[in-house]
Design a protein around this ligand. Sequence first.
Ligand code: SIN
Length: 293
Amino acid sequence: MAFTVTPLSPAGAAEVVGLDCSRPLAADDLAKLHQAFLDYPILAIRDQDLTPQQQAAFGRQFGPLEAQDRSPYTHPDDRDILILSNEIRPDGTAVGIVDAGDFLHSDSSHLPEPCRITMLYAVRNPSRGGDTEFCNMYQAYETLPEATKRRIAGLHGVHHVSKTKNPRVVVSPDRPGAKDYYEARAKVVPEIAQPMVRTHPETGRQALYISPRFTIRVAELADDEGQPLLDELFKHMKDKRFQYRHKWRDKDLVMWDNRCLTHRATGGYGLPDIRRMHRTTICGDKPFYRPAA
Ligand code: SIN
């Protein structure tokens, strides 16, 4: 298949045109796409017509999909597809996750083996808003002062899924039952320590691996030292140079690399305007830090 890869942003995004993700890719196309993904960790693949089964099958070409079996928001046609949506049924229940990704994060960094890749398919875009903002964490790391790089080398961030444990975020009032959900998760889900600098296992590059959404403190530091350090790093991450804001087109399939990016859903829309995304995540491995030789 002849497809092109064209840069969209110096923050690591590119668009892919001419690829049909509804059919299995030939080995050379898969290899070309994989290399493009290492060069550009945000790939916007345009003009896809994908059923849930086809989207899941496309994802499986990159590795096993994360099971979504705990979630009530899976797609009935393929349980590995998670629905993100602001649609509310007449009985008050949500069709999908309403507040998914509303603060900057790397997907599932609160798990011991966070997912490697996320694929999000735009089923329905709102008439305005709904952009996804990405921060390139290679660039965030590389532009830190050398003294800060030395300070955080070998330190760990403590990550947790519950918003009620994290004063840097708020629980969305639009998601039915969200506060109860997060309070229950706070009681049963363990905290996970992740390296603050993550070595990408395929490119060998170092990336900052923290986020305002999931990183609640620094494991090795008392809060009077650790919290100001996190504040300084989160402020640094806001630098415009590292940001790419994806404005969704109909039929976009965007795949991104959670090992070297953070992202957030920026909102800016509301009912009766509907935003509906289908999401798959590819299993990953345990993050590590390997100091440069
Ligand atoms: C996510 O965080 O996985 C979802 C981002 C989005 O919906 O824009």
